[in-house]
Design a protein around this ligand. Structure first.
Ligand SMILES: *Cc1c(COP(=O)(O)O)cnc(C)c1O
Length: 414
């Protein structure tokens, strides 16, 4: 690796002086979570490519960690947002788009009779929990161990800065283990406002796990039996697995859904949808924000959802994802390496078998990066509709080089 000080290094040093983190950035963007050599600062994105501040271009398999679902700077989304920006963004109240977007979401998600709009996924999951508590008058929320539902005190993965009371109503169960959810209900004597669940297990640092349909149906029946709300946290998977809700194909409809990420193709918007039975409770909670009614992101979301539907974006991402998965399998076999690919193909993740310290995976990420492919070694990847066959093939050139490097160093990486 070059010893030349990069623009990125300079910015990291400046950031470290004025932002409180040692590597200059926080949360999921922290390079502390990445192998050495990953850039921290970016300059631009176009379609399936991103460019860092040093001018290196990468095929982007992270899609800004989910939000970018039609590709960076999608022309129709940018045009819709720009047209609204000329009229005003944050006004004295919402624009017509809030009604149009609620109409569109309630027509799209089968369970949804109403929608409200927030900014981040954390806002949406938090509102879901508030609505469930307002509706039931109960306290506890069942949360799958290790699942990510946002960074508010009730759900943030690290306890620093929280108090015990923030978590005292947070009751763990295991994903895909219905008996553990039933035991959790018993532990809190039936005082359960909601069960929150992701459409599949996509916890960072682990292989992904699809939902067992019997587990999904069992959670639905459990919630019905005890009168708790089933909250589907579709913030990460929403609009990539299905144009409606991610459990729609399983025939399991939640009472409340949290949406975010892909909803605005990168513009800041998230949403909560719910059933008529929860409408009155939703109208009673006080939840709002200075920017929650901003019209630019709503315009972007309207165009994102209609474009995804018109182009059958889910099918396009599935095709691209299958091409990537097949290519990776072929390459790994050719290099004599055993890999495990998990999750839906449009939200792929890959690990090496027999790689307890993820040394192979780290080198794979670094070498992919050096060859012009941006992926994350310990977090699931995301495809967009901008991942054409050509972009996937370009990505596969980089992964072939990365596999080759891993195969070459496999002894030292034990
Ligand atoms: C990203 C994410 C959130 C939080 O969304 P933010 O916009 O980062 O607040 C919640 N749930 C899941 C499943 C997520 O992936």
């Amino acid at each position: 690796m070059s010893l030349k000080r990069t623009v990125n290094d300079g910015l990291v040093a400046r950031a470290a002086a004025v932002l409180p983190w040692r590597d200059g950035i926080y949360g999921h963007m922290s390079t502390a979570r990445l192998p050495a050599g990953y850039p921290q600062f970016y300059a631009s994105g176009e379609g399936a490519r991103v460019r860092d501040v040093d001018g290196n271009e990468y095929v982007d398999l992270m899609c800004s960690w989910g939000p970018v679902v039609l590709g960076h700077r999608h022309p129709a989304v940018e045009a819709a947002a720009a047209a609204q920006a000329r009229m005003g963004d944050t006004l004295d109240g919402p624009t017509v788009q809030i009604v149009e977007l609620a109409e569109l979401l309630t027509a799209t998600a089968r369970h949804a009779d109403w929608a409200m709009f927030t900014k981040n996924g954390t806002d949406a999951t938090t509102v879901c929990v508030m609505v469930a508590r307002a509706a039931t008058g109960r306290r506890n929320v069942l949360v799958a161990g290790g699942a990510y539902h946002g960074s508010a005190p009730w759900c943030t993965p690290r306890l620093d800065g929280t108090v015990e009371e923030d978590r005292s109503t947070f009751v763990p169960y295991d994903f895909n283990d219905l008996a553990s959810a039933e035991a959790a209900v018993d532990r809190c004597g039936g005082d359960v406002a909601a069960v929150i669940v992701s459409p599949f297990r996509h916890d960072a640092g682990y292989d992904q796990e699809l939902a067992d349909p019997a587990f999904a149906r069992g959670l639905r029946a459990l919630c019905d039996r005890i009168g708790a709300a089933l909250i589907l946290d579709d913030v990460r998977a929403g609009f990539r697995l299905h144009h409606g809700g991610s459990w729609d194909p399983l025939g399991v409809l939640p009472d409340l859904s949290a949406w975010g990420k892909a909803l605005g193709n990168g513009f800041a918007i998230s949403a909560v949808t719910g059933t008529d039975a929860l409408r009155e409770a939703a109208s009673r909670i006080f939840a709002t924000g200075s920017y929650w009614f901003s019209a630019v992101a709503m315009s972007a979301a309207l165009t994102t959802l209609t474009t995804l539907r018109e182009q059958d974006g889910v099918a396009a991402m599935q095709r691209a994802g299958q091409r990537l998965r097949d290519g990776l399998d072929r390459q790994a076999a050719a290099h004599g390496l055993q890999i495990l690919q998990t999750g839906p193909v449009q939200m792929p993740y890959m690990t090496f078998v027999d790689d307890p310290h993820k040394a192979r995976l780290s080198l794979f990420g670094q070498e992919a990066l050096r060859n012009g492919l941006f992926l994350h070694p310990t977090h699931n990847w995301f495809l967009s509709t901008a991942h054409t066959d050509e972009e996937i093939d370009r990505a596969l050139e980089a992964t072939d080089a990365a596999f080759s490097a891993v195969a070459h160093h496999v002894e030292e990486l034990a």
